[in-house]
Design a protein around this ligand. Sequence first.
Ligand code: UDP
Ligand code: MG
Length: 140
Amino acid sequence: MERTLSIVKPDGVRKGLIGEVIRRFEREGLKVVALKMVRITKEEAKAFYHVHRERPFFESLTDFMSSGPIVPMVIEGEGAIGKVREVMGATNPKEAAPGTIRREFADSIEANIVHGSDSPETARFEIGFFFNALEIHTRG
Ligand code: UDP
Ligand code: MG
């Protein structure tokens, strides 16, 4: 059983897509085992996305991610990391496959509705960034 971190980003929350994102994960048999709504600071956004600190989009991305409430959640299931990324679609909505969240709802490569961890190591860091052990509810 694998765990991953997903986030409904500020644009997804603004557009009323929290339920839509969750529905698409649950439809794939994935389980939500932790969930909250928070607003992170610019500094927290920089810490979360530290792997991208040298990239040209880092300043803009961290402004965007701290621009409003977000909904981080821990998703559990077989192959959860890959499944979540499949449901999300490619980073650039123009390149995302038809039927994916980003293709259907995203406005740009930055404002692309949803986040998903890209590896087990990243998932561990990202889950721990938002949740402690008591906040994660393993389900049968
Ligand atoms: N991003 C951006 N411009 C780019 C690439 C990425 O603004 O050229 C943003 C976008 O919001 C993306 C996030 O930075 O989701 C993290 O980038 P990554 O390459 O990790 O994409 P993801 O894993 O989210 O598909
Ligand atoms: Mg990524």
